[in-house]
Design a protein around this ligand. Structure first.
Ligand code: M6R
Length: 607
């Protein structure tokens, strides 16, 4: 979604702002702009399109050492230069950038128009610039505070005023902002990737907080003007982690990161003596864990699919009812919160609005919510009652890949802990640990054998409809495979339980609609094979992901890709990776923008 960067310090601001925006490109956007102060005058450059368009629009050597920048993902108003941020007040003395949605903007706009304001854009955000101007009496911080008190909705705002050179003011409610503290310079951004090239010392703003800062000082206050002492955190991510490391796309890099990411997620979290897991951040005693009799997992998109797999694993290992639910749906159906239920909010970014609001709803009702997140310091882990960081490293491609398998890793460890506290024997625990520790090397084997998947993509990428079919624990993997293919290649794909096709989807089968089956060597294998035959009998092309040595599957499928044999519960890892590669190669074949697919945003901070 939208991205924000602000800079104040001794250096020329414009290149720092544009470069910061480039680092935020992965979030998804359709226009971009910057505003810079010099000699008490603001200049502004904005363009619909990509950062490259903005870069060529900004003249070389724009003077000024303080400024703000923004990448916009359109919500109110089309993708035009005028709707791009920053927005200015009528005098051109104030510039603002805004992430989020001003829900009462029509009401505010009509009031401002009656007072004589002329609007230059169709955005909700422009009201903020005019409101700040209307409240400004020589103190930008005070004017911003008065403004946000009128706003209903969500915001991450940064404002500057030509009459207060060197100062920026940021305010947060529902849209993240992080202050970066450099050597004699400061940054404010919507996420740390925009600033870690410059500093690792950061302060995360909370909702209702305002930061006012110059190159060497900052104060954080709430809307009642009380000063808030903020902790300075250190960001561990390395700059190289947000580079492509020789790969053509972030998606390819992140698919290949998976063995290492899983090892990191496991690191220090297995107790080989007791064959159980160890997750320090749960904030629950063993007695409390023992009392849990239901687990609910809240998430969206890929994280939801990881949650569905987790439900299966938790029920199998720990015999606790465990289900995943779309966070967006849960929030509005007045969920019943039971005393001994435990909730998980799963989110790579830790900022997904649907998941965050569902978490808050459960907490408001007294439920305990643990986070499973990747981005350290993001909102969900900060507001949750404990949880697990998956430590995958930054995931930049919009299509989530390594976060999925790392989320699984965290859940598998939790399921092991819960299982070992209940019926799972020492021996069964050991087998599970061995199988889980073997996964990274097995994924390496898959990554060393990509050519058949590339070949399949060449053969099938011109088809416009796909079915992905799996059973049991691999049913959510089929859903995830369909999501991956559709988001990066724009091929229409549906995921189903293979058992369900006879209840409707089989009507779609013809020679133009390939079915991609996930077949493992479990109790459901024969049934899936029957489903494959049903598709073949109707002239549908069949692709299969199967376990090495499965000659029967190979004899039925038109094309087959084999994964190494594993414990049944580990197949979601091994089956997901080839489907990610298949989606990636199909997108390449179709010439799609793999890392930033159309219309999508990396971090979805609106409902
Ligand atoms: O950051 P989150 O895990 O909360 O994001 C949830 C979804 O928006 C995300 O998984 C989305 O579906 C991805 N684009 C899938 O690749």
């Amino acid at each position: 979604m939208c991205g924000i960067i602000g800079y104040t310090g001794p250096r020329v601001a414009a290149p720092i702002l544009v470069e910061g925006l480039r680092r935020l490109e992965y979030r998804g956007y359709d226009s971009a702009g910057i505003s810079v102060e010099h000699n008490r005058t603001l200049s502004m450059y904005k363009r619909a399109g990509k950062i490259a368009d903005l870069r060529s629009h900004v003249p070389p050597n724009v003077p000024g050492t303080v400024g703000i920048g923004h990448t916009r993902w359109a919500t109110h108003g089309g993708v035009t230069d005028a709707n791009a941020h920053p927005h200015m007040d009528a005098s051109g003395a104030i510039a603002i950038v805004h992430n989020g949605i001003v829900e009462n903007y029509l009401q505010l706009k009509s009031r401002l128009e009656k007072e004589g304001c002329t609007f230059r854009s169709e955005t909700d955000s422009e009201v903020i610039a005019h409101l700040v101007a209307s409240f400004y009496k020589g103190d930008l911080e005070a004017a911003v505070k008065e403004t946000v008190l009128l706003i209903k909705g969500t915001y991450g705002i940064v404002a500057m005023h030509a009459a207060e050179p060197g100062r920026l003011v940021g305010a947060r409610n529902g849209s993240p902002l992080v202050l970066g503290i450099g050597e004699g310079e400061m940054f404010l951004a919507s996420d740390v990737t925009a600033i870690i090239a410059h500093t690792r010392q950061v302060v995360y703003l909370e909702d209702g907080e305002v930061v006012s800062f110059t190159a060497d000082t900052y104060t954080t206050t709430n809307l009642r003007n009380q000063v808030i002492d903020k902790q300075v955190d250190h960001v561990n991510w390395e700059l190289e982690e947000i580079e492509k490391a020789g790969y053509t796309h972030f998606m390819a890099k992140e698919i290949h990161d998976q063995p290492e990411a899983i090892r990191r997620a496991l690191s220090g979290r297995i107790d080989h003596e007791y064959n159980t897991g160890h997750l320090g951040g749960l904030n629950l005693s063993n007695r409390e864990l023992l009392d849990i009799n239901r687990i609910k997992i809240l998430a969206a998109g890929t994280s939801y699919h990881a949650g569905m797999v987790a439900g299966y694993v938790l029920e199998t290992l720990a015999r606790i009812p465990a289900t995943a639910e779309l966070a967006s749906e849960l929030r509005y159906r007045n969920p019943i919160v039971e005393r001994n239920s435990l909730y998980f909010a799963v989110s790579q970014s830790g900022e997904t609005a649907d998941t965050l609001y569902a978490m808050r709803e459960i907490q408001r009702k007294g439920g305990r919510v643990l986070g499973i997140c990747n981005v350290v310091g993001s909102t969900i882990p900060r507001e949750s009652d404990g949880g697990v960081y998956i430590h995958s490293g930054p995931e930049i491609a919009v299509a989530s890949t390594k976060a999925f398998t790392s989320q699984l890793t965290a859940f598998y460890l939790f399921a092991l802990i819960m299982g070992r506290m209940r019926d799972l024997s020492h021996d069964a625990g050991r087998q599970f640990v061995r199988a889980l520790e073997a996964v990274p090397a097995q994924i390496e084997q898959i990554l060393a054998n990509k050519a058949p998947l590339q070949e399949m993509a060449r053969k099938y990428s011109r088809h416009e409809n796909f079915l992905f079919l799996g059973r049991g624990i691999n049913y959510p993997v089929a859903l995830e495979a369909a999501l991956k293919l559709k988001e990066v290649s724009y091929i229409h794909a549906e995921g189903y339980s293979a058992a369900e096709i006879k209840h409707g989807p089989i009507a779609l089968i013809n020679e133009e609609t390939p079915s991609f089956f996930i077949v493992t060597d479990d109790g459901l294998r024969d049934k899936v094979i029957n489903n494959m035959k049903e598709v073949k009998a109707r002239s549908g092309p069949v692709i299969a992901l199967a376990v090495e040595g499965d000659k029967e599957v190979a004899s039925i499928a038109d094309d087959v890709y084999f994964v190494p044999p594993a414990m049944e519960l580990m197949y979601p890892f091994l089956m997901a990776v080839p489907t990610q590669l298949f989606a990636y190669y199909c997108a390449l074949e179709r010439g799609c923008n793999v890392d930033q697919p159309r219309n999508l945003a990396k971090s979805v901070t609106v409902e």
